[in-house]
Design a protein around this ligand. Structure first.
Ligand code: MTE
Ligand code: MO
Length: 360
């Protein structure tokens, strides 16, 4: 049984659950609180018979057992935050409804210390052939959300696949990878949308083109707002890869009553791929004035940064707390969800907004 306690459950079957605001406060989330995103039933994978096929544009196609993967390749550890493209989708709903998608809040993201072999080491040992440009991952879980129903899969460009931080991970926080998180082995693609970190991976194919799997070619793409998502076809919209700069407020919680006087505001911020979080600003007066938050050290270049600030909220009444992060390129999160709304509700990285009541 893989259902967890203390989670905000969006669906029981397939199991989809987000981490609570409280659970998001820890630098390393822990398997018990780590968000779960599934597009089909969790497959019954036996680690004794599991194997990983490596093929396509390689010199020597291979099939690796778990023992071969763990014994023949160097072990590496990376602390990395995974973030679903649908994280903070609920912030889009006041703009316009998003039928058919779950209203994930700030908890479709979590951080773990992953251990595994470098995908690049496995690819280099198989030998890359001319024309190699994308690396496809396939898993055995079948999703009937896909049209037609199919196994889950996706791909990343070769350059990312060969990067040091990308792992074929068999452990999470030092323990064998739990089944619900892709055990025995999953791909971990730090800095990219969670969808590319394929769980229960059993086939890797080196290709000239991105994967034709529905979750790569048709889903997880940013469509223009006027598009009907049901009639969008392969290649429509913008393919999502590196995650957008984002942040949210974790305490106080929405609707919380806070006493007048200084209020401690805490949250997380995350910048994808080669960017880092450089600054977080917090406001208690609708953005008229801002306070710079104190940033905690990141556990790695691939992990989120927690932050905290103290705000004077003044007289009793309703207040909206705002937070916005800046990254190491000098970019800031966009102000409004309205400008970002898209029919599948992906990549909402607008300013964090939490309404509280100041009262005795
Ligand atoms: N891999 C498989 N095989 N099946 C899936 O449904 N979901 C993806 C990705 N890998 C998925 C998958 C998505 S969209 C996300 S955000 C992450 O897994 C979530 O990983 P987690 O459930 O370990 O948090
Ligand atoms: Mo996701």
């Amino acid at each position: 049984m893989w259902h967890k306690t203390g989670m905000i459950v969006h669906e029981r079957d397939p199991y989809n659950a987000e981490t609570s605001r409280e659970g998001l406060l820890a630098p390393i989330t822990g398997a018990a609180s780590f968000y779960v995103r599934n597009h089909g039933p969790v497959p019954d994978v036996d680690e004794r018979t599991w194997s990983l096929a490596v093929g396509g544009l390689v010199e020597s196609p291979a099939r690796l057992t778990l023992a071969e993967l763990t014994e023949n390749f160097a072990h590496h550890e990376v602390v990395a935050t995974l973030q679903c493209a649908g994280n903070r989708r609920s912030g889009f709903l006041p703009v316009e409804d998003i039928p058919g998608e779950d209203p994930w809040g700030p908890g479709a993201t979590s951080t773990a210390r992953w251990t595994g072999a470098r995908l690049g080491d496995v690819l280099r040992s198989a030998g890359l052939r001319d024309g190699a440009a994308h690396v496809e991952f396939e898993a055995p879980d079948v999703s009937d959300l896909a049209d037609p129903p199919q196994r889950y899969g996706g791909s990343v460009p070769l350059g990312k696949a060969l990067a040091d931080e990308v792992l074929l991970a068999w452990a999470m926080d030092g323990d064998p990878l739990p089944r619900v998180h892709g055990g025995p082995v999953r791909v971990v693609v730090p800095g990219w949308i969670g969808a590319r970190s394929v769980k229960w991976v059993e086939r890797i194919t080196v290709r000239t083109d991105p994967s034709a799997n529905w979750f790569q070619a048709t889903s997880y793409r940013l469509l223009p707002p006027e598009t009907d998502p049901d009639s969008a076809g392969p290649g429509d919209g913008i393919s999502l890869g590196p995650v957008a700069l984002n942040c949210d407020i974790l305490t106080p919680e929405p609707g919380e009553r806070v006493s007048p006087g200084p209020v401690r505001v805490r949250g997380y911020a995350h910048a994808g791929e080669d960017r880092g979080v450089a600054r977080v600003d917090v406001s208690g007066d609708g953005g008229a004035t801002w306070v710079q938050a104190d940033l905690a050290e990141a556990a790695s270049a691939w992990a989120w940064r927690h932050w905290q600030a103290s705000l004077e909220l003044g007289t009793p009444g309703r207040r909206t707390l705002l937070a916005r992060a800046w990254d190491t390129t000098g970019a800031c999160q966009p102000e409004s969800a309205g400008a970002l709304w898209n029919p599948k509700g992906y990549a909402n990285n607008s300013w964090a907004r939490v309404q509280v009541r100041v009262g005795a």
